[in-house]
Design a protein around this ligand. Structure first.
Ligand code: ADP
Ligand code: MG
Length: 222
């Protein structure tokens, strides 16, 4: 569940980015679209409590974020949010397995090899556990990053431009994986994308189980 009210954010010296209110019920999908620079990545940062809004209020996975600071925000994020960033940020020195161990550790949980194996298996990359990120194709790396993002079964999955620089087939795969993963875990899914192909890849009614709503951000108000 994500609920925002009169949310705005201003980078130092920049214009205020003003966001429309949304109510995203648990287990449904929000497509956050709009041209580059309209604030999609910023909105994701607010929902992930990586940044605090300049004004307005938001509640994510039953947690009002206005009062959440620093360490508490980090702990909450590690449990509640699965973030698939545009740049994947897999640690180059670590194996795939170790990257997921690190995520488990960051969420305050003991290492659970079975859970890691299950997460990698669900995304079809279990055979790559001992590989280093540099040995992976782009698609494989994205699957690993998604496995890491959803390892702790977050209530909310945020994906930033998941189809950027992918051909049509790989883009369809990426969106399909996100939808299937969210559905399997009952997570709320937000896909932020300026890629016009993405809307067509999200079924408006996937068997009645996924409610889907678009949120179109306009050019930022100056
Ligand atoms: P989008 O993801 O939709 O492309 P962003 O959220 O990245 O948009 O950026 C929204 C606006 O905020 C843009 O005008 C961008 O230049 C500006 N912006 C983003 N990050 C920063 C930053 N760290 N400092 C200053 N301005 C920023
Ligand atoms: Mg962006």
């Amino acid at each position: 569940m994500i609920r925002t009210r009169q949310l705005s954010y201003r980078y130092p010296g920049g214009p205020a980015l003003v966001f429309p209110d949304v109510d995203v019920p648990q287990g449904t999908v929000l497509l956050l679209s709009g041209p580059s620079g309209c604030g999609k990545s910023t909105w994701l940062a607010l929902v992930a409590a990586l940044a605090a809004p300049t004004s307005g209020a938001l509640t994510v996975a039953d947690q009002p974020l206005g009062t959440l600071k620093n360490i508490a925000a980090d702990a909450w994020r590690a449990r509640a949010i699965g973030f698939l960033p545009q740049k994947l940020h897999l640690s180059a020195a670590l194996s795939v397995q170790q990257n997921l161990v690190l995520a488990q550790w960051a969420s305050g949980q003991p290492e659970e090899p079975v859970r890691i194996h299950e997460a990698l298996s669900a995304l079809g990359v279990q055979d790559l556990a001992q590989h280093k990120p540099a040995q992976l194709s782009g698609g494989q790396a994205q699957r690993v990053a998604l496995a890491r993002a959803v390892l702790m079964q977050p209530r909310v999955i945020l994906a930033d431009e998941p189809t950027a620089s992918l051909d049509d087939e790989a883009a369809a795969d990426a969106v399909g994986l996100l939808l299937n993963t969210a559905l399997a875990q009952g997570a709320t899914l937000v896909i932020a994308s300026h890629d016009a192909r993405v809307a067509a890849l999200i079924p408006s009614d996937a068997g009645g189980r996924i409610g889907f709503q678009p949120l179109q951000l306009k050019r930022c108000q100056r």
